[in-house]
Design a protein around this ligand. Structure first.
Ligand SMILES: [Zn+2]
Length: 144
């Protein structure tokens, strides 16, 4: 007698559709090294916006300027040279006022970050209870 029926199924060299899908996805899909944490306390669109912001994937004037669609990417609010997503959401003087007011409102320590990815890591750096960290994280996502 030969091998038992279905012995090929337990063969470690067996190649199935899941293996094919894994290989194809690794070749086609971009690999994002993102440690973004989805929050169940905010709307899905806030999570998506926060996730895209943390990856610097928000469409803005700097993207159009890079493609020579518009001549420059000056910020209309503060006349800054760059108008990328991090400037709009965090570094513009108007955005800084909002984050400063939020910091006072939530009685948070002063924080100064220049990109969204770092902003979303800030609550975990503070000595807060896990529940408060989740609340602050949800407020940050909602404020973006
Ligand atoms: Zn600005």
């Amino acid at each position: 007698m030969g091998a038992a029926p279905n012995s090929w199924f337990n063969d470690p060299s067996f190649f199935d559709t899941k293996d094919a899908r894994t290989i194809i996805e690794s070749l086609i899909l971009p690999a994002y090294d993102s440690d973004f944490v989805w929050s169940s306390w905010v709307l899905v669109k806030f999570n998506v916006f926060g996730w895209r912001s943390s990856l610097d994937r928000i469409p803005c004037k700097s993207g159009l300027a890079k493609r020579n669609i518009i001549p420059d990417s000056f910020c209309q609010s503060c006349i800054s040279m760059e108008k990328d997503a991090n400037h709009i959401l965090l570094n513009c003087q108007f955005a800084r006022r909002i984050w400063s007011a939020l910091s006072v409102w939530c009685k948070l320590p002063v924080f100064d970050v220049t990109n969204v990815s770092d902003l979303l890591k800030v609550p975990n750096l503070w000595p807060l209870s896990p529940e408060k960290k989740k609340v602050i994280y949800a407020i940050f996502l909602s404020t973006l």
